[in-house]
Write a protein that binds this ligand. Structure first.
Ligand code: NAI
Length: 468
């Protein structure tokens, strides 16, 4: 027999967008059900942001030990033998972190009095779905539906996932380290994971269809990452595309000027983007319009159907966990009667490569393309004492502040350097609070910290940096 549940708010998808929406709705006293077919936490917690950062951390430690075992270990630390790694143990450690976060999300939902239903939801109309749970079918009817199904890796038609061709999901759960890895796509995921595997001693080759790496960022921001890849022995083929596997299982590649060659590799990691998950759950039974491949929403995350809302990767770029959770929180508050709109001054993007990149707001080129007259202050990492103590000067790097010339309002901040991701919060706060260059200049930054580079960037834009 089918059980029928009625609720005020139904959230579909237990990733950062969905679970934050559900927790906030529960906190606001709204009767809320969350449906998740896999594990609570979604791509971010289970097979994306968190596991990849765990792997990157292990790779950094291992790389440091390899350096210490080399004759020219620069820090005065010397190891008598090369380190070894048991990758299955690494993956178990990583799985321990995701398990902790997964049960943490479950506990938070419970505390907020949200009912969770485990299974995949299929809609039969805009406000009704059925879920095949382990205990039998459940029908859920809701006044409000929040769609938060997220996204999935894009597959290349000539190189379907399976066997040695893997997505980031499999790359984060390998039993053993491959000896060689070809990464297709030099974007966020390809370079974060490719760099980590290179540090773990894997021979990494990266193919990129465009003529540059990390096309999302400007050349100055991407250059230190490119330098590191070169120094680390990562082979990079730009303007190269994968054509499929040959009979021996090697990858056929069409390179620059149409030159064709093959690459043999233990694993081929395809990271050519992600696509919103708009199929397989009955979107066609809802009166919900699409905008290209995304679900169309307004600045309150309303879809074209009354009281059906959509958030996160489903509704457009940037496909970032923190955008999804901000939208989830907002939608829950709007349903509870608050007046809210999604109009952030900026959404920070962080790339956890070596070195790291942070960007929020407008780059100098984007500001100029809008016809704005700007002031730019760029402060080099190698002039920051704390960066030197963290070996952060090796690949260079800088913090760059972009402000409107007319009133000195900060409109963009970009940085590249070791550990610079930790400044993203201060950058976002400055932009969201509408800071002027004088506000940054007048804020005392603790010494010795990387944040001083931000302070100096503002001073530089004002024409009176102290340390350069
Ligand atoms: P991406 O869009 O960042 O990069 C894909 C790259 O693949 C591009 O450089 C593109 O030119 C290249 N490409 C596309 N087709 C190709 C082909 N056939 N052959 C060779 N190269 C090809 O996508 P990615 O890395 O898969 O990441 C997906 C999304 O996940 C990102 O947009 C981002 O929003 C999110 N993400 C965020 C992270 C973070 O915040 N730190 C980390 C990882 C992912």
């Amino acid at each position: 027999m089918t059980e029928t549940l009625k609720t005020h708010v139904l959230v579909v998808g237990g990733g950062p967008g969905g679970y934050v929406a559900a927790i906030r709705a529960g906190q606001l006293g709204l009767d809320t059900i969350l449906v998740e077919g896999d594990k609570l936490g979604g791509t971010c917690l289970i097979r994306g942001c968190i596991p990849s950062k765990a792997l990157i951390h292990v790779a950094e430690k291992f790389d440091g030990m390899v350096a210490a075992s080399d004759a020219e270990g620069a820090l005065g630390i010397h190891l008598a033998a090369k380190p070894s790694i048991d990758f299955a143990e690494t993956v178990r450690w990583k799985d321990g972190i995701t398990a902790k976060l997964n049960s943490g999300v479950g506990a938070l939902l419970k505390k907020a009095k949200v009912k969770t239903v485990a299974g995949w939801a299929t809609f039969s109309d805009g406000k009704t779905c059925s879920v095949a749970t382990a205990e039998g079918p459940v029908t859920i009817k809701a006044d409000h539906v929040i769609l938060a199904q997220g996204s999935e890796p894009v597959e290349l038609p000539m190189l379907p996932f399976g066997g040695k061709v893997i997505s980031s999901t499999e790359a984060l759960s390998l039993d053993t380290l491959p000896r060689s890895l070809v990464v297709i796509g030099a974007g966020y995921i390809g370079l974060e994971l490719g760099s980590a595997f290179a540090k773990l001693g894997v021979a990494v080759t990266v193919l990129e269809a465009r003529d540059r790496i990390l096309p999302l960022y400007d050349d100055a921001l991407a250059a230190p990452v490119r330098q590191w890849l070169g120094n680390a022995g990562v082979t990079l083929h730009l303007e190269a595309s994968a054509e499929g596997l040959d009979a021996s299982g090697a990858l056929r590649v069409k390179g620059k000027d149409g030159r064709e060659f093959t690459l043999a590799a233990d694993k081929i990691l395809v990271t050519v983007g992600r696509k919103p998950r708009t199929e397989g759950w009955g979107i066609e039974t809802m009166a919900v319009d699409l905008d290209g491949r995304f679900v169309k929403v307004d600045d309150q995350c309303r879809t074209s159907m009354r009281d059906v809302w959509a958030i996160g990767d489903l509704v457009g770029e940037p496909m970032l966990a923190h955008k999804a959770s901000a939208q989830g929180e907002m939608v829950a508050e709007i349903i509870a009667g608050h007046r809210r709109h999604f109009q952030p001054a900026g959404i920070p993007a962080v790339c956890f490569t070596q070195p790291e990149i942070v960007s929020i707001g407008l780059s100098p080129a984007e500001a100029e393309a809008q016809g704005l007259e700007i002031l730019v202050g760029q402060f080099p990492y190698m002039a920051n004492g704390r960066a030197l103590t963290l070996e952060g000067d090796k690949e260079g790097g800088f913090v760059r502040v972009v402000a409107r010339k007319s009133d000195h309002r900060v409109i963009g901040i970009q940085a590249v350097g070791s550990h610079v991701s930790e400044l993203s919060g201060e950058f976002a706060l400055a932009l969201e609070m509408g800071a002027m260059l004088e506000d940054l200049a007048g804020t005392i930054h603790a010494h010795p910290t990387l944040g001083e580079a931000f302070h100096e960037g503002a001073l530089k834009a004002l024409g009176h940096a102290i340390h350069i």
